[in-house]
Write a protein that binds this ligand. Structure first.
Ligand SMILES: NC(=O)c1ccc[n+]([C@@H]2O[C@H](COP(=O)([O-])OP(=O)(O)OC[C@H]3O[C@@H](n4cnc5c(N)ncnc54)[C@H](O)[C@@H]3O)[C@@H](O)[C@H]2O)c1
Ligand SMILES: O=P(O)(O)OC[C@H](O)CO
Length: 331
């Protein structure tokens, strides 16, 4: 199969490196320097320093050449540029081919999930999302992991499962696309909170409380938006929440940790090459909480830290003063 992947960041490049072993794979990026490096040196030092990429993997910065050949299109750019990059494919994409999102975020303004954007920009194409606890560096290093391909189309699910299941990566299917995508997007907000706990030097009990109550928040909001509550206890909810909150490789956790150490958000982001989706997802989560009448104390306090209304230290103190209520929530 001819697979084209848009976005040669850490995750797009990793997925391309996996599938190129069995499929004719072309990776598109806007950056000609990265194209040259992948084609000539089989490296991507900006996003995956120290990793050798398969020689079979080729890259281009010609969007038409990348897209017009595709039998499967995978989009690996972050959510804030997802619609724009997808829009550039519309004149070239062959009819009806499946389109898979790798992004974990929600669109500002519309609050849409990435597969909903695919359905708007490329109507008629089966849309799917690959999500779950998948830190790119570990997958590229060949460490065992599990992922989920979320789509409502069972034959597309089976086809994508076969294509994406490579080496020690085990791929499940799930038809709760809403739940799977929301788990992937919202866990990044909680990972910022967990990172803050790390930066503040609070204990493991606090971290466990934040992760567990964070899971309750993403389950409440996800279920209110039409996801199945059970999905949030699976790989794309709890699984990804744990990986992101606990891993030193997580960019969202890193942002939280730096804020916990008292640093300013702008300075932290300015020195990061890669995206931390939770920063832009947090205000969307708060707006969605307002729309659905949900308290979401962790999302709200993280938003206040990101906007500079409060500090990480005061945020943690405030959370302690939030009335505890009963634990069993509507999930
Ligand atoms: N890195 C991971 O471990 C991982 C794992 C699973 C999911 N994800 C999700 O995948 C998505 C991409 O993450 P990533 O880690 O690869 O990000 P990254 O920061 O490593 O790379 C981002 C890529 O998007 C490209 N890009 C940015 N703005 C662009 C624009 N205006 N036009 C064209 N290209 C543009 C960059 O050039 C780069 O190739 C995110 O939503 C992330 O949450 C990442
Ligand atoms: O590095 P992060 O925080 O963007 O997390 C990466 C993945 O989403 C983990 O599954």
């Amino acid at each position: 199969m001819r697979i084209s992947i848009l976005g040669a960041g850490s995750w797009g490049t990793t997925v391309a490196a996996l599938v190129c072993k069995r499929h004719d794979t072309l990776l598109w990026t806007r950056d000609p320097g990265i194209v040259e490096e992948i084609n000539d040196k089989h490296h991507n030092q900006v996003y995956l320093p120290g990793f050798a990429l398969p020689e079979a993997l080729t890259a281009t910065h010609d969007m038409e050449a990348a897209v017009s050949r595709a039998q499967l299109l995978i989009i690996g750019v972050p959510s804030h540029v997802f619609r724009g990059v997808l829009g550039r494919t519309a004149d070239h994409v062959p009819p009806w081919i499946p389109v898979v999102s790798l992004a974990k975020g929600l669109e500002h303004g519309t609050h849409l999930r990435m597969t909903q954007i695919i359905e708007q920009v490329l109507p008629g194409h089966p849309a799917a999302a690959l999500t779950g606890p998948n830190l790119a560096r570990e997958i590229l290093a060949g460490k065992a992991a599990a992922a989920v391909i979320a789509t409502e189309n069972p034959s597309v699910a089976g086809m994508l499962q076969t294509i994406l299941q490579r080496g020690l990566l085990r791929v499940y299917t799930n038809d709760d696309v809403t739940g799977c995508e929301l788990g992937g997007a919202l866990k990044n907000v909680v990972a910022i909170a967990a990172g803050m706990a790390e930066g503040l030097g609070v204990g493991d009990n606090t971290r466990a409380a934040v992760i567990t109550r964070g899971l309750a928040e993403l389950t409440q909001l996800g279920a209110a938006m039409g996801g199945k509550a059970a999905t949030f206890a699976g790989l794309t909810g709890l699984g990804d929440l744990l990986a992101t909150c606990l891993s030193p490789h997580s960019r969202n956790r890193h942002v939280g940790e730096q804020l916990g150490k008292g640093r300013v958000l702008g300075d932290v982001l300015a020195e990061m090459v890669m995206v931390a989706e939770g920063v832009s997802t947090t205000p969307v989560a708060v707006q969605l909480g307002d729309r659905h009448g949900l308290e979401l104390p962790i999302c709200r306090i993280i938003n206040q830290v990101l906007t500079g209304e409060t500090t990480a230290r005061d945020a943690y103190a405030d959370l302690r003063h939030t009335p505890a209520g009963t634990e069993s929530g509507p999930w």
